[in-house]
Design a protein around this ligand. Structure first.
Ligand SMILES: [Zn+2]
Length: 179
């Protein structure tokens, strides 16, 4: 599908109305009108990329960062117990629109959203074969741009620190998400 006929590009350009919950120069986050649960969000790169392999590192990193923060916003404000961060990449994987995106799906126990599968049993040899096939290409992973992030991390602590009670409370609530 070309950009001109892409449903998500039309949402990004405002030709189709949507409920926008976040926007910056590269990314738009909208509510899914057919969401699995209330608060189901799409994280959309504003540029049109059909599949994840085409998305530049800086944009996929931004998407991951925003998905994490949207997940926190959902968890903190919608009374849910968890989230799924979900990508359908390719038609067999369930991708229905040729514009890459990430889903953030709010989850509650017994909410009838089913992402389960039957495990495939592989022999030791089959496992080793797929391990090697992936490893061979995974060896070229690297060259991440970390300079700016390192600078951010090395910044001195602010003089007014949040109360540790608040921190602990937040941390324990995050842990409660893990069954
Ligand atoms: Zn598009």
């Amino acid at each position: 599908m070309q950009k001109e006929s892409c449903l998500l590009c039309q949402i990004i350009e405002g030709k189709i109305p949507s409920k926008k919950v976040y926007e910056d120069d590269l990314i738009l986050v909208v509510l899914d009108v057919n969401g699995a649960n209330p608060g189901h969000c799409f994280i959309l790169p504003k540029n049109h990329y059909p599949i994840i392999e085409q998305v530049p590192d800086v944009e996929i990193a931004r998407m991951g960062n925003i998905a994490n923060k949207i997940s926190s916003a959902i968890f903190e404000n919608l009374g849910v117990q968890g989230t799924n961060l979900f990508i359908t990449n390719g038609v067999p994987a369930g991708q229905t629109v040729a514009h890459f995106m990430m889903h953030v799906i709010p989850r509650k126990e017994k909410d009838n959203v089913n992402l389960e599968w039957q495990p495939k049993q592989l022999t030791e040899e089959e496992m080793s074969t797929v391990e090697l096939k992936i490893k061979e290409h995974a060896n070229s992973i690297g060259g991440f741009k970390t300079g700016e992030q390192e600078k951010t991390i090395k910044q001195p602590e602010p003089t007014t620190t949040p109360s540790s009670d608040e921190d602990e409370d937040y941390f324990s609530r995050q842990l409660e998400r893990i069954p």
